[in-house]
Design a binder for this molecule. Structure first.
Ligand code: ADP
Ligand code: MG
Length: 264
């Protein structure tokens, strides 16, 4: 799995794009008739069967659905880890269709912070170095890297654990390091796949409080989860079945604080 620390590295512009509107009004995610088909003929599987989904700045979306309903496939497309078979995907206004792998990796590193079920931290490496890594890939100098990583770790309440390695931290603390690593590049989207799947109930509650705080500050979140208590905290719940969006329910309105999100 290629995440924020995957290949890509520093490189040039993503693609020729129209100038970005500065008001934060374009959607973060804009999926139009997106399909992902595996195999052919009788073996054909329509893992994603034609999904339209628009997620605006400041939203907090939980994606639910039974095993096999297409959640991971859709997440991989949203995260630019995989390309659709058909349809169109605009990530923060950037059309992902014609990007080669390198540009896709670059877009991913710039726009998305990933949080995984199993944390995916580098073992025997300090929290600080783990959080600095995506900035190193982005070609940011060591002094700024250090400052931003410390600030991100303080943001998640781990300012007193900078030198600890993953095995010296609890599961909940490791996942907070992973959140700091996801945040440090100031991504437009935080994308989490079962982020509380390996946490105990207390760490889960702390993680959900942290997500709520980040969202209140203007961060856009998309979280895959099986757990009702996780989905209940989101602003919107999207349920999938057989590769389609079965229903899409808004629990709370979106408050657009995109200006406030800068620097948080
Ligand atoms: P979920 O994450 O909701 O459990 P997935 O997105 O993993 O669902 O899978 C959706 C469907 O696509 C399933 O029927 C699964 O078997 C199929 N599928 C997923 N990945 C592949 C693949 N690489 N090749 C073939 N079929 C796949
Ligand atoms: Mg899955």
């Amino acid at each position: 799995m290629t995440g924020p620390v995957g290949p890509g590295g520093p490189a040039g512009p993503v693609a020729a794009q129209p100038p970005a509107p500065q008001d934060g009004r374009r959607p973060v995610i804009d999926l139009r008739r997106v399909t992902k088909i595996y195999g052919e003929g009788v073996a054909e599987v329509r893992a994603v069967a034609g999904v339209d989904l628009v997620v605006d700045h400041g939203d907090y979306v939980a994606v639910m659905g039974a095993s096999g309903s297409g959640k991971s496939t859709l997440m991989n497309i949203i995260g630019c880890l995989d390309v659709p078979t058909g349809g169109r995907y605009l990530l923060d206004g950037v059309d992902t269709r014609r990007l080669d792998e390198r540009r896709q990796a670059l877009l991913r590193n710039r726009k998305i912070g990933f949080i995984f079920q199993s944390f995916n931290l580098i073992p025997r490496t300090s929290a600080l170095a783990n959080v600095e890594l995506p900035l190193a890939y982005a070609g940011i100098g060591s002094r700024q890297r250090r400052e931003r990583a410390v600030a991100a770790l303080e943001r998640v309440g781990l300012g007193d654990r900078l030198r600890h390695t993953p095995n010296e931290l609890s599961g909940g603390q490791q996942q907070r390091v992973a959140v700091a690593r996801a945040l440090v590049t100031q991504p437009v989207l935080l994308l989490a796949d079962e982020p509380t799947g390996e946490l105990d109930s207390r760490s889960t509650a702390e993680m959900l409080d942290l997500f709520a705080e980040l969202n209140e500050a203007g961060r856009t979140l998309v979280v895959i989860t099986h757990e009702g208590e996780v989905a209940d905290r989101a602003r919107r719940v999207v349920r999938m079945r057989d590769g389609l969006v079965l229903d899409d329910v808004r629990l709370r309105p979106v408050v657009d604080r995109s200006a406030a999100a800068v620097g948080s």
